[in-house]
Design a protein around this ligand. Sequence first.
Ligand code: NDP
Length: 238
Amino acid sequence: MGEQTARSVLVTGANRGIGRAIAERFVAAGDKVATIYRSGDLPDGVLGVTGDVRDTASVDAAFTQVEEAHGPVEVVVANAGVTRDQLLMRMSDEDFETVIDTNLAGAFRVARRASKGMIRARRGRIVLISSVVALYGGPGQVNYAASKAGLVGIARSITRELGGRGITANVVAPGFIDTAMTQALPERQQQAYLGAIPAGRFGGVDDVAAAVEFLAGDGAAYISGAVIPVDGGLGMGH
Ligand code: NDP
């Protein structure tokens, strides 16, 4: 029939950018969608629980609230992320640690908490939002690239650990997507990226959301430990 019941989906950071588009897509598909978010407003139909992915207790409490409302989380998307770009020589410990704590440890906290219900249910989908920069590198992005490359290790280890329990863990690696994060880059850097993208354009948030939706769907049941680029060809050859 191809018909599926509404899934309990949790996306971190759905108040704006890529996370917002991902949440909207699951809502449109008829799923029960929740988010752990820090600020801002949410798309219609999304249950918001305030929290911070840098804090284990906050993540755990948010999951508990979401589970009470929607049931155990079946699809989790670790999207929350930050940049603190700085040249290596000038990068502070704080710039490094904040980015690792949010992007890498944050995804770990979220995946760990989600895994409890998924193991019990013997099914689950974990999607980690990485970046083309993970494997491509970026000047001034030692912290960010390290955090995003680490997600590949997380997804592949989860795959080996939980692959036999009906759980998949995949990485989506967006290239240059038009959001607040990239609008903050200097014009010169934006133009340099544009010149390197075979598609000849920046991506939209929906380009990323479509890949996430696919990985969460029935058709992707046999895909795990993969890194799916959504980058217009920028990172070819990863
Ligand atoms: P935005 O800066 O627009 O949004 C980032 C989101 O993460 C916001 O919702 C933000 O919340 C949330 N967030 C940040 N820190 C925390 C935290 N500690 N706890 C909870 N939520 C937090 O970025 P994008 O939408 O562009 O990026 C989304 C993801 O995609 C990120 O992981 C990013 O690294 C990745 N990505 C983006 C690319 C791009 O070109 N835009 C390319 C490749 C990857 P708040 O609004 O409260 O700050």
